[in-house]
Design a protein around this ligand. Structure first.
Ligand code: FAQ
Length: 323
C-alpha cells in the first residue's frame, strides 16, 4: 500500500516546505519528529523498505551454500555474513518504522509484489565460486551505493548505514578472499571463478538502478539528499575500482568494449541489458518466484512466534497498567 502512494513527488511550495529544503541544503539531519513533506516521508519509506527487503531476501542465495561450504572455517564465515544481512534488514526496518509504517505492512507489501527488492537476488548461486562473486561484486556494489548514504538527510537511515557499511566491507573482503583462493587454485577452480564472474558482472551493474536518463526518482531524491549520487556516477565508480581487482585475480571482465578512456579518466564499458533488468524487477527473473515462495513460507511459519510475542507484550502491558 505504501508503494502505491509513491507515484510522483508532488511539488510543495508552502513556507514549511521551503524551510525544510533550507535545512537540507544546510546539511542538517531530519529527525523522526521534525516536520517533513509527505512525499519525502513516502520516498524514504519506499527506499528504506526496499533496502530492508533486499537485505532479508539477500540471505537466500548465500544461505543456499551454508551446508555446502568447503571447510568449517568457510562455513563459520558464511554463516556470520548471512546473519549480518539479517541484522541489516532489522536496522533498516527500524529506521522505516520511525516514519510511521509497521514492519508487518512492509512485509505484506513485499509478499504481494507491491514493494520491490534488489534485482540481484533473483539470480541463482550455482557453485561455491558464486559465494566469492557475491561477496566481492554484490557486496562491493552495495558498499559503493551505501557509503554515500551514511550522509543521507534522514538521521535514522544515515546512522543505520554507518554500521551496515562497516560490516559490508568485511563481506566484500571475504568474497575477494574466496575468489583469490580459487584463482590461485587448480585450473578447474579458476574456470569456476571466471564462470561466476561472467554470470554476476552485469547483474552487479544493474544493482545501481536504471541509467540516469531513465531514473524516475533520482532528481527529487538528490534534491532532498536522500540520494547523494546518481545511479550512473556510482556504477562508473564501481567499474573503475573493480577492474584492477579483477586484473589482480587474473579474471577477464566479460565485456569486449571495456577499456580505459584517458580523456575521461574512467573506464568505458557496455551497459547492462536493460530489457532484462526491467523484466527481473517486474518479477520475471530466474529466481523471483522461488525467492518470494521462501519468504512467504518463512512469514507464515513464523506467525505463531509473532502472535506469542504480542500476547506476552499485551499481558505485560496489562499488568503494568493494573499496578
Ligand atoms: N532492483 O528511479 P530509480 C545489498 C527500481 S543491498 C530492483 O533510479 P531510486 C546487501 C526503483 O525502486 C541492495 N529495483 O529509483 C547485500 C524504482 O522503482 P519504484 C539494495 C530497482 O530509488 C549484499 C525504479 O526501478 N540496496 O545488496 C533497482 O531513485 C549481499 C526506477 O529507479 C539498496 O536498496 C534494482 N537494482 O534508485 C545483502 C540501496 N534499481 O520504487 C545480501 C538503497 C532501481 O518506483 C547479500 N537504494 N529499481 O517502483 C537506492 O540507493 C536506490 O533505491 C536505488 C534505485 C539506487 C536502488
Amino acid at each position: 500500500m505504501y508503494a502505491q502512494m509513491v507515484t510522483s513527488e508532488a511539488a510543495d511550495d508552502s513556507p514549511e516546505a521551503r524551510a525544510f529544503q533550507a535545512r537540507i541544503d544546510a546539511g542538517e539531519k531530519i529527525e523522526p519528529k521534525d516536520w517533513m513533506p509527505e512525499a519525502y516521508r513516502r520516498t524514504l519509506i519506499r527506499q528504506i523498505g526496499q533496502h530492508a527487503h533486499s537485505e532479508i531476501v539477500g540471505q537466500l542465495p548465500e544461505g543456499n551454500w551454508i551446508t555446502r561450504a568447503p571447510t568449517l572455517e568457510r562455513k563459520a564465515i558464511l554463516l556470520a555474513k548471512v546473519q549480518d544481512e539479517a541484522g541489516h534488514g532489522l536496522y533498516l526496518y527500524c529506521a522505516a518504522e520511525t516514519l510511521g509504517v509497521s514492519r508487518d505492512d512492509l512485509t505484506e507489501d513485499l509478499l504481494s509484489g507491491r514493494m520491490k527488492y534488489s534485482s540481484i537476488f533473483n539470480y541463482p548461486t550455482l557453485t561455491w565460486a558464486d559465494m566469492g562473486a557475491v561477496g566481492w561484486l554484490v557486496d562491493g556494489a552495495a558498499i559503493m551505493n551505501q557509503v554515500p548514504l551514511q550522509r543521507t538527510s534522514y538521521g535514522p537511515y544515515a546512522r543505520a548505514m554507518v554500521r551496515i557499511c562497516k560490516e559490508e566491507s568485511f563481506h566484500q573482503r571475504q568474497g575477494y578472499d574466496i575468489m583469490l583462493k580459487m584463482c590461485r587454485g587448480t585450473p578447474a577452480q579458476k574456470r569456476m571463478a571466471q564462470d561466476a564472474m561472467n554470470r554476476f558482472w552485469y547483474p552487479a551493474l544493474m544493482m545501481f538502478g536504471p541509467s540516469d536518463k531513465d531514473s524516475v526518482h533520482s532528481a527529487q531524491s538528490m534534491a532532498w539528499r536522500i540520494k547523494i549520487n546518481t545511479n550512473d556516477e556510482l556504477r562508473q565508480k564501481f567499474v573503475d575500482e573493480t577492474v584492477p581487482q579483477a586484473e589482480f585475480l587474473g579474471l577477464a571482465i566479460p565485456d569486449t568494449d571495456l577499456r580505459w578512456n584517458e580523456e575521461r579518466g574512467h573506464y568505458d564499458f557496455s551497459e547492462p541489458d536493460w530489457t532484462e533488468f526491467y523484466d527481473v524487477i517486474k518479477g520475471n527473473g530466474p529466481c523471483n518466484v522461488e525467492r518470494m515462495t521462501a519468504r512467504r513460507k518463512a512469514w507464515d511459519d513464523g506467525a505463531w512466534v509473532r502472535e506469542g510475542l504480542l500476547a506476552h507484550a499485551r499481558k505485560k502491558a496489562g499488568k503494568v497498567a493494573a499496578e
